[in-house]
Every structure is written in structure tokens, then in C-alpha cells.
Design a protein around this ligand. Structure first.
Ligand SMILES: NC(=O)c1ccc[n+]([C@@H]2O[C@H](COP(=O)([O-])OP(=O)(O)OC[C@H]3O[C@@H](n4cnc5c(N)ncnc54)[C@H](OP(=O)(O)O)[C@@H]3O)[C@@H](O)[C@H]2O)c1
Length: 310
């Protein structure tokens, strides 16, 4: 089968090469999935920055073609989507049923790819904020794969005002189309006060988010980008900072993830959630990684080993 390997490169983050390798054999309790679409995200960029020959995981959608021991043959032929932890960029991947879900008939593969990780993150983050209904909400990285879905989900959860914060004004039209009432960039002061900040960027923006909260406000940090908070800025107005991790939730509360997935499928079927997914050919992976690393993408980026339909 074909797979993509990353190798260090002097001129860029890493170089993606298409190689021929043995097709994996599903181990006990594993599904072998022929991939249709594979997600590309800032998570991959971070992995390559840490190790330019990384063997990354991430989200994919595809069709089950074989099962390992202990799994029902009835899985074969199922259209599934979810997350694998390594060896993602290949024509065939091994996945565990706990980390994938069957895609309802009628949900296009690209929409499914957008929600099986980014949609779950967006929904989890909105729920982590607890009291979105009736609140003014600021979302950073609002044009990202997870962020653009969080805009809609915050609105659907009853937010009275949703403001999108993005890296550049060129993303304003996109976030407004995704349901934002207003858009701001990181390099200008934020004049409004919010009840909730959902931070998908980290670094300095965490403290800026806290400073933008009104009394009793909550910031949910969901980025792997780190960041520090001066706790003295929390006390006077009883502000809260909390975190969100899809990984932990998948392991500790799988029934909650199931519920979120069911809600996401329903929203897609009712046309209430309209993910934006841009699909490129495998051969363009280097270019896609560059676009993400330089923060020039909107929505979810994906690559496909073959032409549409997937
Ligand atoms: N907690 C969880 O379980 C979980 C799971 C998955 C992802 N996440 C987080 O959610 C955020 C969005 O992830 P995604 O997969 O949806 O992103 P994505 O689709 O790859 O979006 C890329 C966009 O994210 C923004 N961004 C934020 N931090 C960045 C950085 N360090 N380098 C480059 N771009 C950055 C940029 O937009 P702007 O320039 O407009 O900010 C960029 O254009 C990330 O911070 C990621 O760590 C959290």
C-alpha cells in the first residue's frame, strides 16, 4: 500500500514522501480501514516541529475492509470515521472501535471528517463552559477546524453574542458566515467583555482572554499551545480558568463522547452544522502543512488518496 513518511528537510519543517509499504494486519480487537479522507491540522505541525520524522496520528474517514480477532465480521463494509494515534497517513490504517464511529448514511465523508475530531472538540469545549446559554462568548482560533464548528455550536447552545478572534482580518468573512456576530484579530485590543472565552490558541492569549472576562466569567483552555495565568487576576471578579481534553474524555467518559457524536450527526442531518472542509491530493501534503504552519487555512484541511466521491 502507499503511505506517507515524513523526513527532516533543511529547507522546511519536514518533507512528506509517498512510499510503498506492507499493508498492516489488524491485531486483536482492531479494524483495518481503507482511508478515504485524512485530516491535516496544527497538531501535525506541532508534531513535526518537535520531531521532523514523526509518525503522526489524527482523524480519518474510510471503510472497514478487515477485522482482527474478537471483532464481528459485520464491521466489514462499514463507513467509519475517528482517530488513530499513529500511522495515520496511509491507504490502510488500524483503528480501535472505541476511537471510531459508524457514519450515518447520508452524511458526506467530508462532513464526517470535520466532526469526528474537530466537532467533538468543539462540542466538548462548549459544554465545558457550562453556561453558554444567555452568555457573550469569545472564541479564539475561531476559523480553525474545531473553532469554526464551536462558533455554530455556541450559537446553538443559546449564546447571545459570539465573537470570533482570528490571526488575520482575511478570515473575517469566513467566521461571519460560520455564525460569528463580530470578528477581531489578536494584534488589536479587544474592547468587549465576555462571560465565556474558549481559547484555542494559548500563549499570551490565555491571559488576554482572562482579562476580557467579566465577573464570574470562565475561560476554557483547549489549545496545546500552553500559556500562563496570573491567578491574582482571577480573585477580585471570581473568574475561572478550566481546561478541556478530548483525549481524556474519550478514555474516561466514552458514553459522553457517544452522546456528543449523536448530537453532531443530528445537527449535520438537520443542516444546522455546515463544516467547511478543503480536500487536497496526497501529493500536496507539504503545501498543506505550510499553509497551516503559516496560519493561512480556514475550516478543516484534509488530503485524499483518490479523487471524489469518497
Ligand atoms: N483539547 C483537545 O482535546 C484538542 C483536540 C484537538 C485540537 N485542539 C486544539 O484546537 C486548536 C485548533 O485545532 P484544529 O485542529 O482545529 O486546528 P486547524 O484546523 O489545523 O486550524 C489551523 C488554525 O489554527 C490556528 N492556530 C492556533 N494555534 C496555532 C499554532 N500554534 N500554529 C498555527 N496555527 C495555530 C491558526 O488560525 P489563527 O491564526 O486564525 O489563530 C491556524 O490557521 C489547536 O490549538 C489545537 O491544539 C484541542
Amino acid at each position: 500500500m502507499r503511505a506517507i513518511q515524513f523526513t527532516p528537510d533543511a529547507d522546511r519543517l519536514a518533507r512528506a514522501r509517498i512510499v510503498e509499504i506492507e499493508r498492516p494486519v489488524p491485531g486483536p480487537g482492531q479494524l483495518l480501514v481503507r482511508t478515504a479522507l485524512t485530516g491535516v491540522s496544527v497538531g501535525l505541525v506541532r508534531m513535526l516541529r518537535a520531531d521532523a520524522s514523526a509518525n503522526p496520528g489524527g482523524e480519518m474517514v474510510g471503510t472497514v475492509v478487515a477485522v482482527g480477532s474478537g471483532l464481528e465480521e459485520s464491521w466489514i463494509g462499514a463507513r467509519v470515521g475517528g482517530v488513530v494515534f499513529a500511522s495515520l497517513y496511509a491507504e490502510y490504517v488500524c483503528a480501535t472501535p472505541a476511537m471510531v464511529t459508524e457514519i450515518p448514511a447520508g452524511v458526506p465523508a467530508a462532513d464526517a471528517l470535520a466532526v469526528v475530531r474537530g466537532g467533538l472538540v468543539a462540542m466538548g469545549v462548549v459544554h465545558a463552559a457550562k453556561s453558554v446559554a444567555g452568555s457573550a462568548v469569545l472564541i479564539t482560533a475561531a476559523a480553525s477546524g474545531a473553532g469554526h464548528l464551536a462558533l455554530r455550536l455556541a450559537r446553538a447552545a443559546g449564546a447571545t453574542r459570539v465573537v470570533a478572534a482570528v490571526g488575520s482580518a482575511g478570515k473575517f468573512d469566513f467566521v461571519r458566515e460560520c455564525g460569528a456576530d463580530a470578528a477581531v484579530t489578536y494584534d488589536r485590543p479587544w474592547s468587549e467583555t465576555f462571560d465565556i472565552v474558549l481559547d484555542g490558541v494559548g500563549g499570551d492569549l490565555v491571559q488576554r482572554g482572562v482579562d476580557s472576562l467579566g465577573p464570574h466569567g470562565t475561560l476554557v483552555a483547549f489549545s496545546a499551545g500552553g500559556g500562563a495565568v496570573d491567578t491574582s487576576t482571577l480573585l477580585g471578579e471570581l473568574k475561572t480558568v478550566t481546561g478541556f481534553s478530548m483525549g481524556l474524555l474519550s478514555r474516561t467518559e466514552p458514553q459522553l463522547i457517544e452522546r456528543y457524536r449523536a448530537q453532531l450527526w443530528k445537527l449535520l442531518e438537520e443542516n444546522m452544522l455546515r463544516p467547511h472542509v478543503e480536500v487536497r491530493d496526497w501529493a500536496e501534503l507539504d503545501a498543506v502543512v505550510d499553509l497551516i504552519a503559516t496560519r493561512r487555512t480556514v475550516g478543516r484541511m484534509a488530503i485524499s488518496a483518490g479523487p471524489a466521491p469518497w
